[in-house]
Design a protein around this ligand. Structure first.
Ligand code: ADP
Ligand code: ADP
Length: 226
């Protein structure tokens, strides 16, 4: 786990107005920060710069003490949890969680230890032999998080993970994500355009508008001083 330091980050696509314009946010180790704002405000671009899927035009990005501007995504040790969870339908829950460890050619006993640790934390022990198609949305989300945990990533990054779900499931998943994030104490950056998510999930909310950071505050401060 690690702090993430976003220092004067700028992203320009071509000659237009910057998509991300001089944004600075110090995210503490273990903190849960929400990036919120209307469509086109630059939140995905900012998240993609953190992950390394988008080049940084200027500014600095640190994970822990390390400047990572020029590191490839796989060298940043971050775990992105996708909207569709990106699970492998033909693999069991166990093998879905184990997948990154198999890729890293870790031996079986070590894989087993890490997968069982993660599934116990996530309360998935009883579902290890099932396939994603037979799981609830909440269980699938936990499998996706399990895959991130076994990699011992420094941070979770979420890009609108709930936007495809119906209102009821969205509410359940919100609770689940908040609970897990606290239990794991893992630094988390979460992109949404949903005000309810922004005001209920995180420790702090970063409000973006046309690429500019307009507000950075706790939900309580935002509520009292919108
Ligand atoms: P959000 O995630 O808040 O909806 P984005 O980060 O996707 O916003 O987009 C921010 C701005 O950057 C928008 O004006 C968008 O049109 C522009 N943009 C995003 N991706 C590209 C791209 N690949 N090329 C050019 N412009 C882009
Ligand atoms: P994995 O199952 O480990 O995600 P991939 O081959 O999909 O395997 O990715 C390899 C590495 O590339 C990952 O460890 C990750 O650090 C990085 N990576 C690629 N795309 C992303 C992304 N969208 N978000 C976060 N990390 C990514």
């Amino acid at each position: 786990m690690a702090a993430i330091t976003i220092k004067n980050l700028v992203k320009k696509y071509g000659d237009g107005f910057p998509a991300v314009n001089d944004v600075s946010i110090d995210i503490a180790d273990g903190e849960f920060v929400i990036l919120v704002g209307p469509s086109g405000c630059g939140k995905s671009t900012l998240l993609r710069m953190i992950v390394g899927l988008e080049d940084i035009t200027s500014g600095d990005l640190l994970i822990g003490e390390k400047r990572v501007n020029d590191l490839a995504p796989r060298e940043r040790n971050l775990a992105m949890v996708f909207q569709n969870y990106a699970l492998y339908p033909h693999l069991t829950v166990y093998e879905n969680i184990a997948f990154p460890l198999r890729l890293a050619k870790m031996d079986n006993s070590e894989v087993d230890r890490l997968v069982r640790d993660a599934s116990s934390t996530l309360e998935l022990d009883e579902h290890l032999e099932r396939k994603p198609g037979n799981l609830s949305g909440g269980q699938r989300q936990r499998v996706a998080m399990g895959r991130a945990i076994v990699r011992q990533a420094d941070a979770f990054l979420f890009d609108e993970p709930l936007s495809n779900l119906d209102a009821k499931l969205r509410g359940q998943m919100r609770t689940e994500i908040a609970r897990l994030q606290k239990r794991l104490g893992i630094t988390t950056v979460y992109v949404t355009h949903d005000q309810t998510e922004a005001m209920t999930l995180g420790d702090r909310v970063a409000v973006l508008k046309r690429g500019i950071l307009q507000q950075l505050a706790t939900p309580r401060e935002l509520y009292e001083n919108p």
